[in-house]
Ligand binder design. Structure first.
Ligand SMILES: CC(C)(COP(=O)(O)OP(=O)(O)OC[C@H]1O[C@@H](n2cnc3c(N)ncnc32)[C@H](O)[C@@H]1OP(=O)(O)O)[C@@H](O)C(=O)NCCC(=O)NCCS
Length: 201
């Protein structure tokens, strides 16, 4: 009811706004309503770009970066975006499907872009895109894309509530909507994997 009123009062407006007087706040736009006790944060507040040069120690005998090293960098870039949003320690709980489309050679730059797509209650999804860049020409090519889920922890190591994400642009809102479907599929897959492949503890 309250959310409906809020939505109606903002019919023409594009940006999400907050009802400052409410104990539980509603953020609203034409097509989204987000409910939280915590103040929301914009995507840009945690967006992260990380750049590394591929050194011989990172590479396989062919002179290409090791897949495991790319996974490590994805986790670091995604983790930085996640704790910038949560402003608390986070742990990685899930990594979705990951492809390595092109090799990244020793001497090339690895550029990682990490964006929060959606914050849930204690967890959030980060999209990390990986590019190789020739530092002489500046030419960039995307080599991987991954969705990583992190959980924020309180000082006792228990999952803690995090601020909602406030998507503003059309792209941010698209990513926000799609994240819900990915979460549903991820949790279903994870439950199935736990039943099939994990030993009972
Ligand atoms: C992350 C961890 C604290 C979650 O503990 P838990 O008992 O499952 O906690 P909950 O059931 O309350 O789940 C917490 C959140 O994680 C999410 N979650 C749990 N398993 C998930 C999975 N496989 N994929 C995506 N999200 C998951 C839940 O949906 C919930 O999110 P929400 O609050 O936004 O809805 C616990 O699994 C852990 O400590 N894992 C190890 C993390 C770690 O050390 N990572 C580094 C590599 S080992």
């Amino acid at each position: 009811m309250r959310a409906n009123r809020a939505r109606q009062s903002n019919r023409g407006g594009k940006a999400l706004q907050r009802r400052p007087e409410a104990a539980t706040s509603f953020y609203w736009a034409k097509d989204l309503t987000i409910k939280s006790k915590l103040a929301g944060r914009a995507v840009a507040e945690s967006a992260t770009e990380m750049v590394e040069i591929v050194l011989p120690n990172d590479a396989n005998p062919l002179g290409n970066i090791l897949g495991g090293r790319v996974m490590h960098l994805i986790d670091i870039a995604g983790g930085i975006a996640a704790f910038r949003h949560a402003r608390s320690p986070v742990v990685t709980v899930a990594v979705d499907h990951l492809d390595f489309l092109y090799p990244i050679r020793v001497g090339e730059l690895v550029v990682l872009h990490a964006l929060i797509t959606r914050a849930f209650r204690t967890s959030l999804e980060v999209e990390v895109k990986v590019y190789r860049e020739d530092y002489l020409t500046g030419k960039r090519q995307q080599t991987s894309s991954a969705f990583v889920t992190y959980v924020a922890l309180d000082p006792a190591g228990k999952p803690r509530e995090i601020p909602p994400l406030i998507p503003r642009t059309v792209e941010e809102k698209r990513r926000y909507r799609e994240a819900q479907g990915r979460r549903r599929r991820r949790l279903a897959l994870s439950a199935r994997a736990h039943r099939q492949y994990f030993e009972k503890s």
